[in-house]
Design a protein. Structure first.
Lengths: 560, 560
């Protein structure tokens, strides 16, 4: 339950603003997140954790000397956009490169990946360290989600950058820390979004959801709620069974409360956890018990162990001074920080375009407006389709995306942008405002199509643009035909377009979208509801077909 | 809801033990609480906050340089005993005296007051600073309860002691801080004890209990839950209306979450609170937003303002380094602390008694066993009487008390104690184990009776002993005849005893106890249920009459 808020839609933004007001002496709010206020005296690697909001102190609570240089902060439980990540990176960059670090979730991987590409295109060195500590989420390390182990990995990287390690070295120690970090968590009750009438997920009374993810992702199974002692035994046994090959006997330990489990409860649990870890021959190095990575008011607890070598121990025990976590003695002066503020985020301009291309940009804008009308009309229907197996927000997300895209294209046209830049700008705004995986994909796809069209062109090669759009979506999203995604409509659409007209291709897309009703989704958060989705088409595929038809009708009108 | 525990009866003790294990490098557990591990290099005033458990980080989370020297920790929401307070004080005392500091609750006032007397009797300087910041709890400052304002007052005193101020000065700044500290709180939902099936108190859905106390004590009234903005406006307006005469415009501010209100919510609320305080001309000096004084999982929030003068600002902003609160740069080395551990708590021995007095002590022990039998038989009945207007634990508390008293008297007899010491020891154990206000009163009353009897006496002057017992209970508890307490049976009992036999006096006590059914309680937590209690006698008065009868029957048996 959330008790204190203004407009629930603004909750994440309001919380970030309040935090930045409170810590204005050390933290500065920028679009997409926050950065340290003090500029480093000499260039250092900027360590930038990030992800959705609702996990305080992750991610902006740990900005400060010895820890993060900034944090990229999305809406509640929603990945920040690539634009957010770029904005924070540009504000935090001091000349030695940036590293984004985050838990392994599809939206984050896509958005931070896109941001990394864009920064590199601007000549800024950028890397990613993805945390995969949740042993309950998958068998193989690479597929695992990132949960409270975030904290250890971020801390080690923050200390490494503060020591003066270069980008490659910071990435190396971050990945090394992730390789030896294991977490097991459990949930007793779900969390509730501000303004929501019911929890995002629930756990049956008297049970606990062992391994349940911090956003309600599937865990191992529900079991009767054990005593603290039995819970500690289970946690420790599961982590010791995952001890990395060649690991030593010195460990960093985090006993983490997810939101509604109080400190006193964590202390009760700690006694057995500590005893069992010591009895197994481990030395506990500066263990932490508290709220380190939360999930709003979720009632849950997790235990993280990081097996330390000398280097990781030095970095784990190094001083840090942040709003939510302070260790040892360190001040801004110790880190050689100056008082000068970091430069404001740069804003991208548009290349000067030919008159021909500017006319074509107006046409692109008109086409987007037609799509906007079609999506607004279909919003309710798309929501209903999505609600069968998902959270019912697909129509809302598409409408937010196209509204932002039209606004972005209008701004670009007013600034004299050509057709390609206009479409790319529309894509950027879509990605920044729509939220969710589909927002990233549509945004990135439109940008890719815009780049193929180019800033100067006076005509559009529709097949080349659609191909760029499709390639981007397929490579970024990783879905294959048959996975019940928009790719199931996109691939036949492009194939038909190669051989025929736009209108016949749009018809093909519609047929393909309808056929997705027979499919079962392959993986992901929708999995528990997979059976429910049979008989209902994929909402993303339906949206694609609907947009293809709208563009076809608009094109015929233009030609007439 | 509490999710993680072993035996719920041991919850508070288990939590303290886990905390002390986690922070074993800086904190040492002692009977009744915890103290700093490092011994001060030179004598300093020991600042000792305390109270019931369930309020972490209050009270043991703030032990460390610049803050508390130790903390006295009772059971959940239950005052620690005077013995607990003495134990912690003896462990923390370094030669410059101790000051207990705590919120204004009857049990705490009695127990810390008793502990202060005992320490002074041992030649240790001891003082008390009582926090009274809750503006919703009474009109006059002296009658108000202490809530989150504890934090500012304790912090100021901790800094003062660290600076080297003497006991009188530390007390002076503590009282000055309390005089300019105001808090308003609200509750959205009650908290639930470990193992309990239902919350300790509730707030109607969609409402909030404005001014509701942190243990569910009556507040101002229930109102519809407002927006964060409206809540901030209401809080700030109420505190500004209470601005102390002559106060300046620099303030320490605490925005405190009680347990289930998350950090993100506090940040949302902070924006308006900060703006309104600034607009009213105040400068916010190192404000704190977080969980500072909690109440298990209570959903609530409070706002505290302390108006600062130069001295208070210096002490508020001084460095501190504790498990739960760290400010500035300070280490054990800065405070001149040595590595030597503090002495273990002293244990009191017994004076060598005459054979005559030792025989009389055996008789006292036998009498206590008879009372034990009577109370065990009456436990259920006493519980039922108490449940009409209270929480139904009176029978349980009396049984715990007499069991402990018998055990204490047995130990004393085995150690060769005389009759007076035996009864005093029984009282100490009763107070230490029974919990609640009645536990303190019975314990202190029995000790007073024992002191009158003396360590060497071979006979007991029953009237003198009962008079000492009654005087102690009346002066300590502050109740008057007609308040519907055990005093309503005790006073007539003593009067009758002055003129007649024990058995006639016991009969008088029984009649008086029955007549308490016509009374309405004057004040205290039972007030909202006052009407319900009419027609039911006071359980404390009934207990007293029952014990008087049991002792009378035992005495007749002894004489026969």
């Amino acid at each position: 339950m959330t008790y204190v808020s203004n407009d629930p839609a603004d909750f994440a933004e309001d919380a970030l603003a309040g935090f930045c007001d409170l810590h204005a002496d050390t933290v500065r709010q920028v679009p997409g997140g926050a950065v340290r206020r003090a500029r480093p005296a000499r260039p250092k690697v900027a360590v930038l954790p990030g992800g959705g909001s609702g996990h305080y102190p992750a991610f902006y609570g740990i900005i400060g000397p010895g820890f993060a240089d900034g944090a990229v902060s999305g809406n509640l439980f929603t990945s920040p956009s690539a634009q957010d990540a770029c904005s924070v990176a540009l504000a935090a960059h001091s000349g030695a490169g940036v590293v984004f670090t985050y838990g392994n979730y599809a939206g984050d991987v896509m958005n931070f990946g896109l941001a990394t590409e864009r920064l590199r295109a601007r000549g800024i060195e950028a890397e990613n360290v993805i945390v995969t500590d949740d042993i309950a989420s998958a068998r193989t390390t690479a597929e695992r989600r990132g949960i409270a182990g975030d904290f250890t990995v971020f801390k080690v990287m923050g200390a490494a950058a503060e020591e003066g390690m270069d980008l490659g070295e910071v990435v190396r120690v971050g990945r090394k820390a992730n390789d030896v970090t294991r977490t097991i968590g459990t949930a007793f009750a779900g969390c509730t979004f501000p303004g929501a009438a019911s929890p995002l997920f629930t756990v049956p009374d008297g049970q606990m959801g062992l391994g349940l993810g911090i956003h309600g992702e599937p865990g191992l199974r529900d079991v009767p709620k054990p005593s603290a002692r039995a819970l500690g035994q289970d946690f420790v046994a599961r982590l010791l069974a995952e001890k990395p090959d060649g690991a030593g006997d010195r460990v960093a330990v985090l006993l983490n409360g997810l939101g509604s489990v109080k400190h006193e409860e964590l202390f009760v649990l700690w006694t057995d956890v500590a005893r069992l870890l010591r009895e197994s021959g481990h030395t506990l190095v500066l263990p932490e018990v508290g709220e380190l990575v939360t999930s709003l008011d979720m009632a849950g607890v997790s235990l993280t162990v990081t097996w330390l070598d000398d280097e990781l121990e030095r970095l784990w025990t190094a001083p840090a001074w942040t709003p939510a976590f302070r260790r040892g003695s360190i001040t801004a002066a110790d880190t050689g920080a100056g008082t000068e503020e970091l430069a404001e985020t740069e804003t991208a301009g548009f290349a000067e375009a030919s008159a021909e291309s500017r006319r074509l940009a107006e046409s692109v804008l008109s086409g987007l407006r037609v799509v906007r009308k079609a999506l607004h009309e279909a919003e309710a229907e798309l929501g209903e389709i999505d609600a069968v197996a998902g959270d019912g927000d697909h129509g809302r997300g598409m409408v937010r995306g196209i509204d932002a895209a039209v606004a972005g294209a209008e701004t670009a046209c007013e600034a004299g942008a050509g057709a390609g830049d206009c479409l790319a700008a529309a894509g950027d705004e879509w990605a920044a405002r729509a939220g969710g995986t589909s927002g990233v994909l549509w945004g990135a796809g439109l940008r890719a199509a815009g780049e193929v069209i180019g800033a100067e062109s006076g005509t559009i090669d529709a097949f080349a643009a659609v191909t760029a759009f499709a390639d981007r979506i397929i490579s970024l999203g990783g879905a294959e035909p048959g996975d019940k995604t928009l790719v199931d409509a996109l691939v036949p659409f492009r194939e038909r377009l190669a051989a025929g007209s736009w209108s016949s291709a749009a018809e093909t897309a519609e047929q393909a979208a309808r056929r997705t009703a027979d499919l079962v989704p392959r993986k992901g958060r929708a999995r528990p509801l997979a059976e429910r989705s049979v008989g209902t088409p994929d909402p993303g595929a339906v949206s694609l077909a609907l947009i293809a038809r709208a563009i076809g009708e608009f094109s015929r009108g233009e030609r007439a």
